[in-house]
Design a protein around this ligand. Structure first.
Ligand SMILES: [Zn+2]
Length: 292
């Protein structure tokens, strides 16, 4: 598929509900008006595409996404698949890898929930912290089958960046197109050598928790990005914020979706990163990942 000309944020949620498992109402992001207002600002910053990585079991709401698309002018790439334990619905866990793959392929080729709205991508599929459960194994197996059949991109979730290289090796060794695989949340590792080792697998990595300074200060992210620019590796890096909570939004005092453009990028450019490198991460890499 052809993305709209402009910037692309590669890992965001517009409607997500993890409040059941997390027992915290803050984890239910269902604030249409507030999100819509922020998206209009994002549009003004030049954002034209967002990969919406919410999937089955996470509170994906295609109607809301389409309404936000219409209201904001930003195009959303919609995802299929499931997240990770314990968020994978029981009914999905009962399926075999082949059946799970068939489900994903159907959402990509025919449509979601009997509608004609099709999934554009597989994501975010994840592993637990330092542990790859049997259900999560099956999920990756299914994603591989669906990816090979449809050639749609895959975005993974790592829990605090653990198993990032394992995920990359698994997907690439089993025939995934490395040009279409993004390993998520690697910035949370705080370990540049580990990040380099994931990139060496040929895949793209997500610096996709920008602004989550309680996990890793943005100064570190900037330092890492400058080092990767020096290495000539930014053609394998994409950027996003991964907001998932009401308290992440501006109206609740959070950083909001525009933080990347309001705060992070000015600092990154001031620290010496080139505009060309920025365009690589925000325009050209997403185009390649979603290209035919
Ligand atoms: Zn994630």
């Amino acid at each position: 598929m052809k993305l709209n000309d402009g910037y692309t944020m590669m890992h965001e949620h517009m409607h997500i509900d993890l409040s059941g498992v997390k027992k915290d109402q803050d984890c239910c992001l269902d604030c249409f008006d507030e999100i819509c207002a922020e998206l209009k600002q994002l549009y003004a910053y030049g954002v034209r595409n967002i990969w919406e990585v919410t999937n089955v079991g996470m509170g994906r709401d295609v109607d809301t996404i389409l309404k936000l698309e219409k209201a904001s002018g930003i195009h959303f790439m919609i995802s299929t698949g499931c997240y990770k334990d314990p968020f994978i619905p029981e009914a999905m866990n009962r399926l075999t890898a082949e059946e799970l793959a068939d489900f994903m392929i159907k959402e990509i080729m025919e449509g979601i929930d009997g509608s004609t709205v099709k999934a554009d991508a597989i994501g975010e599929i994840g592993t637990s912290k330092n542990e790859w459960t049997a259900n999560e194994r099956k999920l990756f197996e299914a994603a591989l089958i669906a990816h090979k059949e449809t050639h749609k991109p895959i975005y993974t979730h790592t829990t605090l960046a653990t198993l990032a290289k394992d995920q990359a090796l698994y997907l690439v060794d089993h025939g995934a197109d490395p040009n279409k695989v993004v390993i998520g949340h690697v910035d949370l590792s705080g370990d540049l050598d580990m990040i380099r080792s994931v990139i060496a697998c040929g895949v793209t990595v997500g610096f996709d928790t920008i602004g989550k300074n309680n996990y890793l200060p943005d100064e570190k992210r900037i330092e890492f990005l400058l080092a990767l620019e020096k290495d000539g590796l930014l053609n394998q890096v994409v950027l996003s914020e991964d907001l998932t909570r009401k308290s992440h939004l501006k109206y609740k005092g959070g950083i909001g979706y525009c933080y990347l453009f309001e705060s992070f990028i000015p600092k990154l450019l001031e620290a010496g990163l080139s505009q060309a490198s920025l365009d690589q991460m925000l325009i050209h890499n997403p185009q390649r990942i979603f290209g035919e």
